[in-house]
Design a protein around this ligand. Structure first.
Ligand SMILES: Nc1ccn([C@@H]2O[C@H](COP(=O)(O)O)[C@@H](O)[C@H]2O)c(=O)n1
Ligand SMILES: C[C@@]1(CO)OP(=O)(O)OP(=O)(O)OC[C@H]1O
Length: 158
């Protein structure tokens, strides 16, 4: 068994939607990012890579690389899953939390779980996504950006 932790932040910027866990959510602002700025999937990718001490998302998908400009972060999640599989591991479970005052995430949580479980090839019951505000404190509380944290466990493939 291996465990990993991931954390990511994206600042709000111009735009009319955010993408979280692969779900497009209409919002008064977008996020600043090289890719689609899916802070939740980035945190999950970092947790998965961390579990095997394989560096971080920026190491595998360099922020300056045109290939990843505006990229769908689900491509990165599937690529990371393939790396784990090649090395003889499978994802056992994912837990995660997204921190932002807005948008309201509760209506979208089950879709995020579904999409990430498909990309990771595990049951939806093994993927948890939670949302919280930071009670108007700090950068998330001031609506300057979104943060996400993830913890994963991996098991050897039989
Ligand atoms: N962006 C968010 C933040 C929170 N929620 C949901 O609201 C509940 C209460 O949040 P608190 O920060 O006041 O504890 C939380 O448990 C989430 O279910 C949300 O949907 N979107
Ligand atoms: C996802 C990548 C892809 O270039 O860029 P961003 O979308 O800017 O996201 P971030 O979490 O800041 O950095 C990781 C990069 O790998």
């Amino acid at each position: 068994m291996r465990v990993g932790i991931g954390y990511d932040v994206h600042a709000f910027g111009e735009g009319d939607h955010v993408v979280l866990g692969g779900v497009r959510i209409e919002h008064e602002r977008g996020v600043l990012a090289h890719s689609d700025g899916d802070v939740l999937i980035h945190a999950v990718c970092d947790a998965l890579l961390g579990a095997l001490a394989l560096g971080d998302i920026g190491h595998h998908f360099p922020p300056g690389d045109p290939e990843w400009k505006d990229a769908d972060s689900r491509m990165m999640l599937r690529a990371v899953q393939a790396i784990l599989q090649e090395r003889g591991w499978r994802v056992n479970n994912v837990d995660s939390v997204v921190v932002c005052e807005t948008p309201k995430l509760a209506p979208h949580i089950d879709r995020m779980r579904q999409l990430m479980s498909e990309d990771l090839r595990i049951p939806v019951e093994a993927v948890a996504v939670k949302a919280t505000t930071s009670e108007r404190l700090g950068f998330t509380g001031r609506k300057e950006g979104i943060a996400a944290q993830a913890v994963v466990s991996l098991a050897p493939r039989e």
